[in-house]
Design a protein around this ligand. Structure first.
Ligand code: ZN
Length: 321
């Protein structure tokens, strides 16, 4: 069995789309590489933030379902996404985030790396982590970012998950996805793939007393893992079935092909191919500038555009004087 290659993207649920754009592009300085719609709910945007090229592994995406109630913390959810930043930049990040009134936790060390936990404007737990191997990550800075190139977010670093009992979740991670144990710290069990490092690990904790977590604004909707191509995807999909999870058929997401399944602890996973990628339907220089629809939704563009809130260029809201 070939293991997956780490995280492909993480998708979360946000409040109003403009506030989401203002934070991720305006404050965190990520590039909006695709402005599309939720393919199962085309009245809702699907916003993709990544490095300048929209590489797999750099991509944090959102469904702005502003009408949803806030999420409920608990087991059966991914509870935090960690973003990699270059070593030595965390203090500068803390100053920038304070200037914009972002809710910051105390900086801490996690598995030897400096981490700054924070909440996005809709309550999503995010951590910025100085990635020990950040300098070797494939990354292209976005020259129009409000954040200097040498401080920019490098991509997905990892994610935290809480499950009621660890055993079955670990078994699936190891047997179907190829993750291996990589240490334990403060109740968090780290699992890594392809040698570990930034973008190639997950941290799991057991939460036997917690209620079932519920999706809502500020929740992570799913974690997507990288597979090289459709053959690799079929191999991993077969291993997932073998592990008694129930994967969907392959779904064409146009920028990649996807298979979804719930792992035994209740967290929604996806297997996403590296290709064809975001440049399949837009010029690399103009990614994210206009609303892109997959071909089968193109005939409904008029009604879809009319139903979506208009988005202005990202403007970070400065809270502090
Ligand atoms: Zn996805």
């Amino acid at each position: 069995m070939r293991s997956v290659q780490g995280l492909h993207h993480v998708t979360a649920i946000s409040g109003p789309a403009q506030e989401n754009l203002d934070f991720y592009a305006g404050v965190l300085g990520m590039r909006l590489v695709k402005k599309s719609v939720n393919q199962d709910d085309p009245g809702t945007y699907h916003l993709f933030y990544a490095d300048a090229e929209g590489r797999p592994g750099t991509d944090l995406t959102f469904f702005p379902w502003a009408q949803m109630a806030p999420s409920r913390a608990g087991h059966g959810l991914a509870t935090e996404v960690a973003l990699a930043v270059p070593e030595g930049t965390l203090d500068g990040w803390a100053r920038r985030l304070e200037r914009y009134g972002v809710a910051l936790g105390a900086a801490e060390r996690r598995f030897g790396e400096r981490a700054l936990p924070l909440r996005d404007p809709h309550g999503l737990p995010v951590a910025l982590v100085e990635a020990a191997d950040g300098a070797t990550r494939p990354f292209t800075p976005w020259e129009q970012s409000p954040v200097a190139a040498e401080r920019q977010i490098l991509g997905l670093h990892g994610a935290r998950l809480k499950v009621r009992t660890l055993g079955p979740s670990i078994e699936l991670l190891r047997n179907a996805l190829g993750y291996e144990p990589a240490g334990e710290e403060g109740g968090w069990h780290r699992f890594a793939v392809a040698g570990g490092g930034s973008g190639r690990h997950l941290d799991l904790a057991e939460a036997p007393e917690a209620p079932r977590g519920l999706w809502g604004t500020g929740a992570i909707h799913h974690l997507a893992f990288r597979v090289d191509d459709e053959a690799h995807q079929a191999e991993v999909r077969a291993a997932v079935e073998e592990a008694a999870a129930r994967p969907t058929p392959v779904i064409d997401r146009f920028w990649f092909r996807s298979v979804y399944f719930k792992e035994p602890g209740g967290v929604l996973y996806e297997l996403a191919t590296d290709g064809p990628g975001f440049a399949v339907d837009e010029e690399p220089a103009h990614l994210g500038e206009s609303l892109v629809l997959p071909p089968w939704l193109e005939p409904h563009r008029g009604e879809i555009e009319a139903a979506l809130p208009k988005l202005a260029a990202p403007a970070p809201v400065q809270v502090a004087p």
